[in-house]
Design a protein around this ligand. Structure first.
Ligand SMILES: [Zn+2]
Length: 233
């Protein structure tokens, strides 16, 4: 096998490894990305907090109403009980009953407002909860999908690394040195295929001398434009 061809084999395998590695990196980034889930989780916790707060307000007003009601009954019982005969005291009690009745009406209005808020918070809570559960399920499914893809890619990469080692046994030291030296500047493609007398990477047609040299395939021949090692497949 010519050295150009041996290098080309290595390059094909390495490009495939690079592609796999990039995909694995992108998968890792996606696996770590919990932004959307976190946002929905926060919304859900917020909705839970609001609902709890609304329920608390309703309970508080209900308790206040109960206390006002108890107080009014107690005052009325005393008023009509017959034990109090003092007119001033009876008038005071009458006024207190009226005041408690007004307070009860106010609290009843508050209760109705808080109950509406609680009902709205409940609806919102249920909606966000459903969204949170849906998002969590989707997230888990996606994570599984990505993990599966990743382990497949890792298996493939292991296989390619074995292939690369085998391909490298066909490459002699000077050729490998040259190839490795060119990798960085040639975008991991130091070898270019010659097709219809032209370099397939830069597209430049090669002169007669180059073509003859490649056909002899005894030494490495570079593209007269981009400088890549040319290979005829
Ligand atoms: Zn070229």
């Amino acid at each position: 096998m010519s050295q150009a061809r041996a290098l080309h084999n290595v390059q094909v395998i390495e490009l495939e490894i690079i592609k796999l590695t990039r995909r694995i990196k992108a998968i890792n980034a996606e696996l770590e990305d919990e932004e959307e889930l976190e946002k929905v989780r926060e919304d859900y916790l917020g909705a839970e907090e609001r609902l709890t707060e609304c329920r608390k307000q309703v309970n508080e007003v209900e308790l206040q109403m109960q206390a006002v009601e108890d107080k009014r009954k107690e005052t009325e019982e005393r008023m009509y009980g017959g034990a109090v005969t003092n007119t001033k005291e009876l008038q005071d009690m009458q006024m207190e009953v009226e005041s408690l009745t007004r307070r009860h009406t106010q609290l009843d209005e508050q209760l109705s407002k808080h109950a509406d808020e609680r009902d709205a918070a409940n609806v919102e809570h249920d909606e966000i909860k459903a969204l949170f559960e849906e998002t969590t399920a989707k997230h888990q499914a996606r994570q599984e999908e990505l993990q599966n893809e990743k382990s497949e890619l890792k298996k493939k990469a292991d296989g390619l690394l074995t292939q690369r080692r085998a391909a490298l046994t066909q490459v002699e030291e000077p050729a490998l040195k040259l190839y490795n030296g060119m990798r960085a500047t040639k975008s991991n493609r130091p070898v270019a295929v010659l097709k219809d007398k032209a370099c397939t990477i830069c597209g430049i047609e090669q002169n007669h001398t180059v073509i003859v040299a490649i056909n002899r395939s005894e030494q490495l021949v570079n593209c007269n434009s981009c400088g890549r090692i040319l290979v005829k497949l």
